[in-house]
Design a protein around this ligand. Structure first.
Ligand SMILES: Cc1cc2nc3c(=O)[nH]c(=O)nc-3n(C[C@H](O)[C@H](O)[C@H](O)COP(=O)(O)O)c2cc1C
Length: 243
């Protein structure tokens, strides 16, 4: 692997941070680099709200599963997909920006490519990061706490700071389990990859004092529940054209 591939492959989520702040110059450098992410027709349908106010941060933490790293991290951001800038540009030109499920998807994809670039930019500076999907636990309340206008859609949080621990990298599937030639594999082949990955994940968890855990167990705890059923209604109410 080259230097950049080595950095990407060393990713691990950090959930414990020192008290050190993240300087604005560092953030500016990383945001600038991350913005060069590919963007569908360069619409750049995203924004980042840095939550600097301590009371606001505490409120977002309480609304996002009370995850301590939200307040501990040197910096905390809400990553948003957005169609508001488009609405303003169109309105000022005497036109109307259309919104539908496709334009919403474009915004979510754009925001996520930007966010992952941002994570890597921060990691390249020795900082640690933690995405916070818990931000969608109480979307309407988070939206109010962040005072977001229509057509700005909060997606997830992002903690950034100086790592206070090193959990090590978590195993992933074998590359051939996600990279297929010409066609999707048979279900039996998929089952073999799952079994292979479970074995590796079980060894990883056993090493960390959690014997008996594996990838499938964790997956099932997640995917057998219908989560955040209010998300569609929320994004609709924010003006997304996703009827
Ligand atoms: C969109 C998204 C939301 C996430 N939400 C949370 C979260 O709310 N809390 C948390 O501790 N980790 C969260 N994570 C981190 C994942 O749990 C983590 O990436 C995954 O377990 C793999 O571990 P690794 O990043 O250390 O390789 C999130 C990751 C993503 C991509």
């Amino acid at each position: 692997m080259n230097e950049i591939q080595t950095l990407i492959a060393a990713h691990r989520t950090i959930r414990a941070f020192t008290d050190d702040p993240v300087p604005d110059e560092t953030i500016a450098r990383c945001v600038t680099a991350a913005q060069q992410a590919a963007s569908s027709s360069n619409v750049q349908a995203y924004c980042l709200i840095q939550v600097r106010d301590a009371a606001r941060r505490a409120e977002v933490r309480a609304l996002s599963g009370d995850q301590p790293q939200i307040e501990q991290a040197g910096a905390f951001f809400a990553v948003c997909a957005e169609e508001r800038r488009h609405a303003i540009a169109a309105e000022d030109a005497g036109q109307r920006a259309e919104r539908n499920f496709e334009s919403f998807l474009v915004a979510v994809v754009d925001a996520t490519l930007f966010a992952q670039n941002l994570v890597l930019a921060f990691e390249s500076e020795g900082l640690g990061t933690c995405y916070i999907g818990g931000l969608r636990n109480h979307l309407a309340d988070v939206d109010r706490a962040l005072d977001l206008p229509p057509y700005v859609y909060p997606l997830y949080g992002l903690c950034v700071g100086v790592p206070a621990d090193d959990p090590g990298t978590r195993p992933r599937f074998d590359p051939r389990a996600v990279w297929f030639d010409d066609r999707y594999p048979s279900d039996d082949e998929t089952r073999r990859w799952i079994a292979e990955h479970d074995e590796r994940a079980a060894a990883y968890y056993a090493e960390r004092g959690a014997p008996g855990r594996d990838w499938t167990g964790g997956l099932l705890r997640k995917v057998t529940k219908r989560l955040r059923e209010d998300a569609l209604a929320f994004y609709r109410a924010k003006g997304a054209g996703i009827d």
